[in-house]
Ligand binder design. Structure first.
Ligand code: AMP
Ligand code: MG
Length: 346
């Protein structure tokens, strides 16, 4: 079905790679799709104000139409026309966390096509800090709608290799750049309801949001699975996301109990997802996903680790349970989603 000739060009530096960035911006201006690096994960972008361009994102990813997109901006001027009201709380959050890995949901203006917001009356906005992303937006002179640049259902891409493996031949251009520094998708907070509500945890933590906003409700999608036909605040949260092909089960236990439990398994395709340095005690194939007491390090490596599990043909994966403190809440949320919230307590 897809026979797009995908242009792949370097974008490591806004000066040396300026011509490549100009070409990418021309593609956006002409209604095409460009995958680009951001500090959270790679995004698949198109002109947010062009319905036809936006529809190409859904097609390329195989993304369900009811899963809305985040609109990326590089300046405050771009925001005012997209929202009904850039409220005081939004201004406070923007001042503290933008540019950076926080997405704010507000009531949308008529300028935003309903396709971008999957028919909702709100729009999700983020000002990324990655300088390649910012340059692409400013050269394109338009807000860029961009979900993660992976095939729908697979783990979000944190390297250009991940993007190429999922989307080569399905998009107009892929910018080849550094690995994403954060490694998990942005924190999503809604300011469109009565009370601020955390829809997706990320690098900007719940406590940091509470420091600015006072009370913040946490959506139940953060902690539990939701059926596919449910009506929820964060439509994307109901889909099985971030998952390798294998069945993932989280094991809540000490490391010693984990070793005993997993080393006794002899089903074909058994593998383990563990912290750095733990693999040597295992007698099954394993992938390591970061340092045990460092949630930020786990965030940066988790999605690559999930993809590696596919490469080693894992069928059943037993995963060490991360801490859920601070950024750990985001790591926990993504890993639990990959596991369909299945936890084994020893
Ligand atoms: P992705 O960038 O692939 O992680 O997808 C963007 C995510 O942002 C979606 O899955 C939604 O959970 C969330 N999102 C985007 N727009 C809205 C919105 N208007 N209301 C609620 N959630 C949104
Ligand atoms: Mg995504």
């Amino acid at each position: 079905m897809f026979k797009i000739n995908t242009i792949i060009k370097d974008a490591f530096d806004i000066i040396n790679d300026k011509e490549n960035l100009k070409l990418a911006a021309d593609i956006i201006k002409n209604g095409g799709t460009v995958a680009f690096p951001t500090e959270t994960v790679y995004g698949l972008g198109a002109n947010a104000l062009d319905v036809n361009a936006v529809s190409k994102i859904f097609k390329a990813k195989g993304r369900p139409q009811d899963n809305p997109l985040i609109v990326h901006v590089d300046s405050f001027d771009m925001i005012y026309s997209l929202v009904e009201d850039f409220c005081e709380n939004a201004k406070k959050l923007a001042q503290k966390f933008w540019p950076g890995p926080l997405t704010i949901i507000l009531k949308r203006s008529k300028l935003v096509p309903s396709e971008v917001s999957a028919g909702l009356d709100t729009v999700a906005i983020r000002m990324p800090s990655n300088e390649i992303a910012r340059k692409l937006i400013s050269l394109s002179k338009t807000p860029i709608a961009a979900p993660s640049a992976n095939l729908s259902g697979s783990p979000s891409p944190t390297t250009s290799e991940h993007v190429i493996s999922d989307l080569n031949g399905r998009v107009d251009m892929i910018l080849n750049s550094y690995s994403s520094t954060v490694g998990l998708e942005s924190t999503v907070i809604s300011l469109a309801g009565e009370k601020p509500r955390l829809l997706r945890p990320g690098f900007v933590t719940l406590d940091e949001l509470k420091d600015i906003l006072g009370e913040v409700e946490v959506d139940k999608a953060v902690f539990s699975s939701i059926s596919n036909d449910a009506v929820v605040n964060a439509p994307g949260m109901k889909y099985k996301h971030y998952a390798p092909k294998a069945t993932v089960k989280i094991v809540k236990s000490s490391f010693e109990d984990f070793i005993l439990y997993v080393n006794n398994k002899n089903e074909e395709g058994t593998a383990a997802l563990v912290f750095n340095g733990e693999g040597q005690r295992l007698s099954v194939p394993f992938v390591e996903y970061g340092k045990q007491n460092d949630s930020q390090n786990q965030a940066a490596h988790l999605f690559d680790a999930l993809r590696q599990l596919d490469k080693i043909n894992a069928k059943i994966v037993y995963a060490r349970c991360p801490s859920d403190e601070g950024i750990g809440l985001a790591v926990t949320n993504r890993l639990f989603k990959a596991a369909g919230f299945e936890v084994i307590e020893l």
